[in-house]
Design a protein around this ligand. Structure first.
Ligand code: PMP
Length: 520
């Protein structure tokens, strides 16, 4: 039973808090899983506090009184003449139905027997505060998202990550995009720099810049951020030279990173976490590709590996998340249904310590008001009422295999069509991206050793690939710090967007463009 795992003794916070502290953030009580409700977390330590990092903007948030007043609606017999909630008999919907392909390998019963599912699996209406029906879903709710879906999300998080401290909580986001935006508003100040992979998700850079936050790219390899390089940057941080105080935040995509496809091993994550502890870095782990972890590539026509023998095996074989290593509560994890169910659902969730989630909710109540009730009801019907936890894991196993097939197709096509004297790559082991290193760019006829015109050549090749009839993304669009000069030239390909034959043809065109440009 993962809940009985020993609590790390090294956490110096343990035992120093009064019992009363446990309830102080009052976060998401309705979302509590059965384990929360039964007090099974009492042996774990509490998260440390982050007051010194929480921004002035977040400190001034005191919560929305109208949302707080909604707490009184649970009082038996109360007649609300308070909130402006439309009456549900005027919602022009009676039912929402879904039909999904059958993918399941393991029955709910097998799942329970494997010991993975900690709670009942499918929803237990007797335990829910209210039935999740159209009347509930289509009305105003809390910034947390609906209690029923949030309970499912909390149970799922517990099952997969089982964070090693007591007062962790989940709250819903409008996808990871809103999660990151709100996290930065909470934890940064204008002028700050934030660590990230040297090449990072462009939207994260663009989200940070208007808040006055710049990325500080850390050198990386095919496992992402290099811990020694991270330590060196932080140890030798020179405020005057960098024009910013020493970073206290790190943004990272540890699995199937966008754009490089890098995936950090468990050992790498532990090493990074240690450096984060040494320099007191708060980690934002953005993990939309977490469940797209694949078997190593063994050739384009190699057999697909057999599915895991049980859900327990599936979960055990996943690289441990930062959240699962997080004894301090120094990780905010951003999860999303976007890459495994549907990006248009705009539903993700944030997991962090209760103090941080409290701040998040106060902001959500006044900005997004949480994800759409339509979306939440559709997803809840799918993942809880229809699939249960086990069925969702079956779906993840299925979708991962689909992407593995596509990953194998693109790698096979690259071997077949790309000139190895110009371009090289590491086979991605997760996610949707294949990162192509044009390592011989200096052989391009337009290379100018004096001007070091990497981006000019990148643009030229980019246009040439388009002329040939394929589109890839330019590596420079993903610079963590666009003001830094780079001496590398990459292109990002994805195997997510096109079917197998199109992927193959796209890579053939890319090969054509490279051969023409480099005259090989
Ligand atoms: N983070 C990363 C690393 C991504 O690649 C993407 C999608 N491209 C997102 C976040 C956006 O996710 P969501 O749809 O959940 O907002």
């Amino acid at each position: 039973d993962p809940l009985k795992a020993p609590v790390p003794k090294s956490n110096d916070i343990r035992g120093r808090r009064k019992k009363a502290d446990k309830a102080q953030w009052g976060v998401a009580a309705p979302s509590d899983s059965a384990n929360f409700r039964q007090g099974n977390y009492d042996d774990k330590p509490l998260a440390r506090r982050w007051d010194h990092y929480i921004s002035d903007e977040a400190h001034t948030r005191k919560g929305n009184n109208l949302k707080k007043a909604a707490g009184f609606l649970g009082k038996p017999g109360i007649i609300s003449l308070g909130g402006g909630l439309p009456s549900s008999e005027y919602f022009p919907f009676e039912e929402l139905s879904i039909k999904v392909p059958a993918v399941g390998k393991f029955s709910e019963q097998e799942t329970k027997e494997s010991g993975v599912i900690l709670t009942a699996g499918k929803h237990d209406l007797a335990e829910d505060k209210a039935i999740f029906d159209i009347a509930t879903a289509f009305n105003y709710g809390q910034g947390t998202g609906a209690a029923q879906l949030l309970r499912w999300i909390t149970e799922h998080t517990e099952m997969v990550h089982n964070p090693p401290y007591q007062d962790w909580r989940c709250t819903m986001s409008i996808g990871s995009t809103s999660g990151l935006d709100m996290a930065l508003r909470m934890l940064s100040r204008p002028g700050d720099m934030m660590l990230s992979e040297d090449y990072t998700f462009a939207a994260a850079v663009e989200c940070a810049l208007p808040l006055g936050v710049r990325m500080c790219g850390v050198p990386m390899d095919s496992e992402g951020i290099l811990p020694d390089a991270m330590d060196e940057i932080l140890t030798n941080w020179d405020v005057a030279d960098r024009g910013a105080r020493k970073p206290h935040l790190m943004y990272t995509v540890p699995t199937g990173q966008n754009p490089t496809g890098a995936t950090a091993s468990g050992a790498r994550r532990r090493a990074i976490y240690k450096v984060a502890q040494k320099h007191d870095i708060y980690i934002i782990e953005d993990e939309p590709y977490y469940f797209l972890q694949m078997q190593p590539y063994t050739g384009s026509d190699g057999p697909n590996p057999p599915p895991p023998a049980s859900h327990a095996d599936f979960i055990k074989a996943l690289v441990p998340s930062y959240l699962s290593l997080d004894t301090d509560g120094r990780v905010m994890r951003l999860d999303s249904f976007s890459k495994v169910l549907a990006p248009g659902s705009r539903i993700g969730w944030v997991t962090a310590s209760a103090q941080i989630i409290k701040k998040y909710q106060q902001h959500a109540d006044l900005s997004t008001q949480g994800p759409s009730g339509f979306s939440q009801l559709a997803l809840w019907k799918l993942v809880d009422e229809h699939w249960g936890h086990g069925g969702y894991l079956d779906w993840l196993i299925h979708i991962r295999l689909e992407y593995t097939t596509r990953r194998n197709i693109i790698l096979g096509a690259c071997e077949k069509y790309l000139p190895k004297s110009i371009v090289r790559w590491n086979p991605p082991s997760a996610g949707m991206f294949h990162w192509l290193d044009i390592y011989a760019y200096k052989q391009h006829p337009l290379w100018d050793e004096k001007r070091k015109n990497v981006e000019e050549i990148e643009e030229r090749i980019f246009m040439k690939i388009i002329d040939e009839g394929a589109l890839l993304m330019r590596g420079s669009w993903f610079y963590a710090d666009p003001s830094q000069k780079h001496d590398t030239l990459f292109f990002r390909a994805t195997y997510a967007a096109a079917p197998g034959e199109k992927i193959e043809e796209g890579v053939r065109r890319l090969g054509e463009a490279l051969r023409r440009e480099f005259g090989v």
